[in-house]
Structures are given as C-alpha cells and as structure tokens.
Design a protein around this ligand. Structure first.
Ligand code: ADP
Length: 561
C-alpha cells in the first residue's frame, strides 16, 4: 500500500473525528445558548416590570394615605376651630405623629386667603385665589401639585383637600418633605446600577436621579412619554453618555407622574454575558480537545493499520521463505542421499586401492620411488576430499531433517553457560565481552542437547566473525540470553554488536549455500542447518539486524511438559 493511501485514510478518519463531534457540540451549545438567553431576557424583563409596578403601588399608597390624613382632619374639625392657630398647632403635631413627611399645614377660606398656618414660613395673609392648585381644589375637591418653588424658593409639592361647610368651601393644604419623598421613590435596589425616579407630564424630574438629574430639571434623555393611563412599558435606550439602559415606566394612579425604573443593560443582563463567555470558552476548549484528540487518535489508528499491514506482509514473506526452505530441504536431502551412495562406493574403492598398494609394497612388488610417493599423496587427497563431501552431505541431510533428534528435558540455566564456556577462551582472545542474561524463571525445554549445542555454536561462531570484521580485537560484545515467553515458550537469543546484515541479505540468510564469506571459508550451510534443527524440535529461529549495528538471532522453543 502506498503512502498516499494512508494519507487519504488519515484525512477521512480525521475529518469524521473532528467534524461529527464538533457539529454536535456546536449545535448543543447553540440550542442551549438560544433557550438560555431567551429565558434570561424574559426573566430580566419580567423582574423589572414587577419592580416598577410594586414600586408604583407603594408610592400610590403613600400619596393616598397622605390625602386621607388631610381628609380626616377636614372632617374632624370645623373651619373655625382650625383657624385658631393653637388648635392648628395641636392638629399638626398629631399629624406629624402619623407621618413625619408633612412639613407644614395651612388653612384657607373660600376666597383663597391663607387664614392660619403652622410651619417654618410666614404665609398667613397671602391670597391664592388665582393659584392653579386652589382652582383645582375648588373644582375637584383635592389636588396634588407638581414640585415647584413657590413663595419659599425651595422645591416642594403640596397636597390640598377642600370641604363644603355651610355652603362655603374651605381648604387645608400640607407640604410634603421632598427629601423624604425622594428617599421613598429612590428606594429601589436592583443590581449595581438600578434606580428609580419620577417625571411629570412635561418630562421634568420630580425626584432626584441617582446617576445624575436634578430635581425640577428636564430629563436629559427626553424619554418619550407614553399616553396617560397606558400600561407598563419596557424598552432599551441609550443615555447621553452612550450607555445602554433597560427601562420600565408606568404612570402613577394618584397623580400624573411617570415612574421610571432603569438599569444599565450590561448590569441587567450580567448573567447573559457570563453565559455567553462560558459558552464561548466551552466551545473553544471543547473544540480544541476534540481536534487534539482526533489528531492523536488518527495518528495512532493509522500507524496501527500501517504496522498491521507491514506485519501481514512480513508474515506472508516469512511463510513463502519457510515453504521455500522446506522444499529446498527436501530436494537437498534427496540430492545428498543420492550423492552419499556413490560417495560410499568411491570411498571403499579408494580404501581398496590403498590396501592393495600397501600389500604390494610389503610383498616387495613395489619399490619406493618418486612416482609411488605422488600416487600415495594423491590417494590421501582423494580421501580428504571424500571426507569433505561426506561432511557436506551430512549437513545437508540435517537441514533436510533426515536425522531424528533425541529429545530430553534441558535446564537452560545450566546448559547455556556450559555451551558458552567452550568459546570463552576464543572470546577473550578476540577481546569480546561475553554477557549472560539468563532469567531465573526460565522453564525446561524438551530438545536434543547435541543438536542444540550445534545450533548455538554456529550462531556464536557467526557472531564472532561479524564482530571481528567490525571491531578487530577490541570493543566486541556478545550477549546470550534466555527468558520465558508467553506461558509455553522459551526464548534464547544471541546478540552481537558486529557488522550486521543488510536487509537484502536478511531475506536469504537461512538458505543453504548463502554466504558472504570468501570461497573456502564459509559453506553457507550453518544457518540452514540451524533452521532445520530448530524446526524439527518444533521451534522457530528468527533474525533481526541493522547493518553496521549488530544482529540478534532468536530461537523460540516450546517449554517442556
Ligand atoms: P557461513 O557462516 O558459512 O557463511 P551461515 O549460514 O552460518 O554460513 O551464514 C550465512 C551468512 O549470514 C554469513 O556468511 C554472514 O554473512 C551472515 N551472518 C550470519 N550470522 C551473522 C552475524 N551474527 N552477523 C552478521 N552476519 C551474519
């Protein structure tokens, strides 16, 4: 499979892993955000409406009670009685006990003449016939004024009530303490910036506004005044500083004053901003986590798939190699067998020639001569070569699994040191450090000790060759290790830091007659014989190597029992 293939696979997995959760996350967040903001908005608006209406009822009650206080006095006393300053003083004192918001109290006859007064000013004798408040009282029976300056040059407002007595109407009038009234109207607590104030029908402040706005000054925001009698309104409007406010307004019932409650938008919708901030944070963090996790997991998945593919490929190659080796083994064994027979005949013929020759010599039929010596030399050479051929065919037969192993239980913890002892001398001569890494819990193996020794000696000798060719006689290191693997297997490994094997050669290393050694030095049969032997014991032999670093041969054998 090409790298491009993995790239496409990676992109598909990645986009699914990022796209799906991200879409889900964002839709859940936006839906909940929508409903949440909606509910906060309506809850905030509902709460400011409730506040303005409760507050209106409270102020209305206050005005109604003050009006009732005055009406009670009117009904309880005669004009004559109240015109008496001492009586008026006593009445005012009782009135004060009921509500200390009254500042003064005056009595007027039907012509608008101020006949008696209790209070801090000198007003007796003044005539109010033409004053609006007096005319209104004459007409409607009562009057609540706007805040005005009047004769006293101080902002105040009055409540006046009239009564018919003996065909004539007389009037009492009281001034309300603007400071206290202010206090009542201002007394609204919402958030940090919530405030309440009154405007008259011309948009003039009837109470102080906490965030700026003087009594009797015009409203700088010039709120559009709703029609009188209309119900509570809420709206958003910027003030002169550009700050956005949430407003709620309602008309009082007792007087055509507009009660305004307002709060800075950012203050009123603080929870909303917090929610927005949180939603943004969660989106960003969640998104980041999703993306990171997707990258991480995709990387892992693709590399797993890659590894599985390589393993599959390796396994396939191993299988092919193994079956090729098996075929080769069969063929080689057959071949060796065929060669062996003629070899035995040649051997016996050679022995016969030697015997006849020595008989002739003893009988004196042959004299010592140069030719005879050459003949004997030649015969010796023939014997040597026949022995060599016999050895090779023996090896081939072993590779071809022709000789049955004699199995017994071997304790590798003792056995391995015995084998390595045989080469320890050679190791020290070549300056090679021999290391054992033998696990104490290695189980017994069922194997042919002679054959196993042959395999190990082969591996050790190959390692020596590789080490010497890389390091000469210094710096070599050879480790022989044993450890249990899974529960039913044992691993024996021989690891060297020699010249290593190129990937090219790694594939052919167990093939018979594969060698990199010069002619006459290596036969290329060593590892193929090892392979045959280990295979016949029901085990496997594998190699791992990097060119220029070293090689590790690993034998896996079934544990005994
Ligand atoms: P021979 O030793 O006769 O060449 P082998 O079958 O034992 O035959 O080894 C085959 C080849 O494998 C060697 O020629 C050598 O190139 C390589 N080889 C074996 N063992 C090692 C090793 N430990 N390090 C490097 N190369 C090795």
């Amino acid at each position: 499979m090409g790298g491009n293939h993995y790239g496409v696979m990676k992109r598909i997995i990645l986009s699914c892993m990022i796209g799906l959760p991200l879409v889900l996350l964002l839709s859940v967040l936006s839906i909940s955000y929508y409903f949440f903001t909606h509910s906060i908005e309506s809850a905030t608006t509902a709460s400011i409406v409730r506040i303005v209406e409760d507050h209106r009822d409270m102020i209305d009650t206050f005005l109604r009670e003050r009006k009732a206080d005055l009406a009670f006095i009117l009904r309880s006393y005669t004009f004559k009685a109240l015109s008496n300053p001492r009586e008026l003083d006593a009445v005012f004192e009782r009135l004060q006990e009921k509500s200390n918001t009254f500042v003064d109290l005056g009595v007027f006859n039907e012509a608008g003449l101020h006949v008696a007064y209790h209070g801090p000013y000198k007003l007796v004798g003044r005539v109010y016939r033409e004053a609006t408040w007096f005319k209104e009282v004459m007409k409607n029976g009562y009057y609540i004024s706007d805040v005005f300056l009047g004769y006293r040059r101080l902002p105040h407002f009055v409540i006046a009530v009239g009564r018919q007595e003996g065909g004539k109407t007389w009037v009492i009038r009281a001034t309300i303490d603007t400071y206290m009234f202010n206090h009542i109207v201002e007394g609204v607590h919402i958030g940090k910036t919530g405030e309440a104030y009154l405007l008259n029908a011309k948009g003039v402040f009837q109470t102080q506004r906490r965030s700026g706005g003087n009594l009797m000054a015009g409203d700088p925001e010039a709120l559009e005044l709703p029609e009188s009698q209309s119900s509570t309104r809420t709206f958003m409007q910027k003030d002169s500083r550009g700050e956005k406010f949430l407003y709620a307004t309602t008309w009082l019932r007792e007087k055509n004053w507009l009660l305004v409650v307002r709060q800075e938008k950012s203050d009123a919708f603080k929870a909303l901003y917090t929610a927005t901030y949180l939603v943004l944070m969660v989106s960003v963090l969640g998104g980041a986590v999703i993306i990171l996790a997707a990258f991480f997991l995709t990387g892992r998945i693709v590399s797993r798939i890659k590894r599985a593919d390589t393993e599959k490929k390796d396994l396939g190659e191993q299988l092919i190699r193994a079956s090729r080796l098996a075929e080769l083994g069969e063929m080689a064994a057959g071949f060796a067998h065929e060669i062996n027979n003629p070899l035995q005949i040649i051997r016996s013929e050679q022995a016969l020639i030697e015997a006849i020759l020595s008989d002739l010599k003893e009988a004196g039929g042959l004299k010592e001569s140069k030719d005879l010596a050459e003949l004997e030399d030649s015969l010796g050479q023939i014997r040597l070569q026949i022995d060599r051929c016999a050895k090779i065919t023996q090896s081939i037969l072993k590779f071809g699994r022709q000789s049955e192993p004699v199995l017994e239980d071997i304790d590798l913890r003792d056995y391995i040191p015995q084998v390595t002892a045989m080469i320890s001398k050679k190791a020290s001569v070549h300056g090679i450090k021999l290391v054992h890494d033998i696990s104490e819990d290695s189980p017994l193996v069922n194997a042919d000790p002679g054959q196993l020794q042959q395999v190990l000696m082969n591996l050790l000798n190959n390692a020596f060759d590789a080490i010497v060719s890389r390091h000469g006689s210094e710096g070599g290191e050879l480790t022989v290790g044993v450890a249990p693997r899974d529960s039913e297997k044992v691993e024996i490994w021989v690891k060297d830091n020699g010249s290593g094997i190129s990937p090219e050669n790694l594939k052919k290393i167990f093939s018979p007659f594969f060698t990199t050694k010069p002619i006459g030095k290596g036969t290329g049969l060593g590892l193929s014989v090892c392979y045959g032997i280990i295979d016949s014991m029901g085990g496997t032999i594998e190699v791992a190597s990097e060119k220029g670093v070293g090689a590790t041969f690993t034998i896996t054998l079934p544990a005994a029992g």
